[in-house]
Design a protein. Structure first.
Length: 564
């Protein structure tokens, strides 16, 4: 009897460990008390192995333990993906994200907590492996006992039968029958995701070959912007959630101040919404969706895109006579994929001439990035009009420390930042407290908006006969821990210029006056921006199409809007 009790407890413990990662997070503690039907089935099968000869029972036990460790690793990976990116893990697409997840853990939690988090991710599967070996050995000992194998199979049949009964009659055990088949569900989901990805590949290639802009005559292409600098600035982690509690008071006040500054500078602003292709991270998916006119919502599609011949916004601006630049202060390593996007120049961190200190993960403050391009590109006399994309990064996790704003005239090569006191607590302290984390997150968004507020008031007004169209875009919602319980992928968009005619196409698709977007405004998919923008500013003498046979900006949204 003691031996049977020992086998029962080891089996139950093993089954509970395999079920636990699939139940986190849970809205009720009792939901964590579960055991895996699949684990019971695996151990029941191991009771048959002693019938085999030689060392096969040992090999089978190790194979089962290896499978258990792999299941735990995948379950933890799924949990981390949901917490970071607000979506389930896709093994086929996400394996290459592991280094980024580790980097984020080290950077966001600080060296000690970051190492502990990564160690937990690696050690828990090892512990599961060891527990599986012990449970497997117990199962094989049971298989050698008279009636042991039959008893194990009967136990499996009983557990499976009770689980099926609970599935069909949820209140049969008052909803607390603790068995789960989450492993089978997750395995099926991975297979379904894989098939969906493979099925989407030919559709994506076909969509990439279809270009609605190909028929625009060269003389009409972006003709309404021939004397206009177009600046697109992505604001890191600036999502719809910043305009909801608990963040709304801070950002509403900032946007009101921003609007006052814009007005005093003789500028106009309209605001609306885009729907990003990603959430919580992977900003490059949002960037590539906007530039390419295709929804790039996975690394797999991104890799397919950069291997294609799809024309981006940069290609069209270059064809229209603009100089095109991509400003990427976060990129510190070679980026061969960047050549696909068609920019004349890509400014990576090492190309921006910054001689100040880094601020945590952030290589340089957003204020410096904007100032440097203003001096080196926009300040050049007798130049072509400019199309620039900026990836602003001061609001990137871990959101601390921040650089204080300094006098724009004192920035130069950034050495002024050596003499300033960083703003914010150490990241390892911030990430231990959700309230501190939320506070530092919204501070970082406020900092970037304040930086852009000063930049717009100072540099967007017309000069030397050249207008500026400044488009500010959130790249994605923050990680779910900060965004809250929302499935929305919406991000705010602000468009600023001294020429009201340049804002007219945006008004026609539902953007409203001012810096505060209307929640009821249409939500334009980020991938629809390329076709809308090029179409709206090509042909005729104004920003709205002159040719009736082409689609109007409003038509570009038909059938493709999404509300939050």
């Amino acid at each position: 009897m003691p031996a049977l009790l020992s086998i029962f407890l080891v089996t139950l413990g093993f089954a509970a460990v395999l079920a636990l990662p699939f139940r986190i997070p849970s809205d009720h503690p009792l939901n964590l008390l579960s055991f895996s039907v699949e684990a019971v089935g695996l151990l029941a099968l191991l009771t048959v192995v002693p019938l085999l000869r030689d060392r096969r029972p040992v090999a089978a036990r190790h194979c089962a333990a290896l499978l258990a460790g792999l299941i735990i690793f995948v379950a933890l990976g799924d949990l981390m993906t949901r917490l970071a990116l607000a979506r389930p893990l896709n093994l086929y697409l996400d394996v290459n994200l592991l280094p980024s997840v580790i980097s984020l853990a080290l950077g966001g939690l600080g060296p000690l907590l970051g190492v502990l988090a990564v160690a937990a991710l690696l050690l828990l599967p090892v512990l599961a492996y060891g527990l599986a070996l012990a449970a497997g050995a117990s199962a094989q000992r049971l298989g050698r006992q008279p009636g042991g194998r039959a008893g194990a199979m009967m136990a499996l049949a009983l557990v499976a039968g009770l689980h099926l009964a609970q599935e069909r009659q949820p209140y049969l055990f008052h909803r607390f029958w603790p068995s789960s088949t989450d492993i089978a569900t997750a395995t099926t989901a991975q297979w379904t995701q894989y098939r969906a990805v493979k099925a989407s590949e030919p559709l994506f290639r076909a969509a990439g070959r279809q270009d609605a802009l190909a028929g625009i005559a060269p003389e009409d292409l972006l003709s309404a912007l021939k004397d206009t600098d177009v600046l697109v600035a992505f604001i890191e982690s600036y999502g719809e959630s910043t305009l909801t509690p608990p963040y709304r008071p801070v950002i509403a006040q900032r946007l009101a101040s921003f609007e006052d500054s814009v007005s005093q500078a003789g500028l106009k602003a309209v605001s609306g919404w885009f729907v990003s292709a990603t959430s919580g991270g992977q900003s490059w998916l949002a960037h590539s969706s906007l530039l390419s006119g295709l929804t790039i919502d996975s690394q797999h599609l991104y890799d397919m895109l950069v291997g294609s011949e799809r024309r981006t916004l940069a290609h069209y601006f270059a064809q229209a006579g603009h100089r095109t630049i991509d400003v990427q202060p976060a990129i510190v390593k070679p980026w061969p994929a960047g050549d696909f996007f068609g920019f004349d120049t890509i400014y990576q961190a090492g190309d921006l001439g910054y001689r100040g200190p880094a601020f945590g993960w952030v290589t340089m403050p957003d204020q410096y990035t904007l100032s440097h391009i203003e001096q080196t590109e926009r300040g050049t006399p007798d130049r072509a009009p400019l199309f620039a994309q900026f990836a602003l990064i001061s609001s990137h996790a871990p959101f601390t420390p921040l650089a204080p704003l300094v006098d724009w005239d004192a920035i130069d090569e950034g050495t002024v930042f050596h003499g300033v006191e960083p703003v914010g607590l150490p990241s390892e302290d911030v990430w231990r407290d959700i309230n501190l984390l939320r506070d530092h997150y919204i501070r970082s968004i406020d900092y970037t908006l304040a930086t852009l507020q000063g930049y717009a008031a100072r540099h967007v007004a017309a000069r030397a006969g050249r207008e500026t169209l400044l488009i500010l875009v959130g790249d994605h919602q923050p990680l779910p821990l900060l965004a809250g319980d929302t499935a929305s992928l919406a991000v705010p968009v602000h468009v600023i210029s001294g020429d009201p005619a340049l804002l007219k196409p945006f008004r026609e698709i539902g953007f409203t006056a001012g810096m505060m977007p209307n929640p009821a405004s249409p939500h334009l998919p980020m991938a629809a921006f390329r076709d809308f923008f090029v179409t709206a500013f090509s042909g005729g003498t104004g920003p709205v199409l002159a040719r009736q046979e082409r689609k109007t900006p409003g038509d570009m949204l038909d059938g493709r809007t999404r509300s939050n």
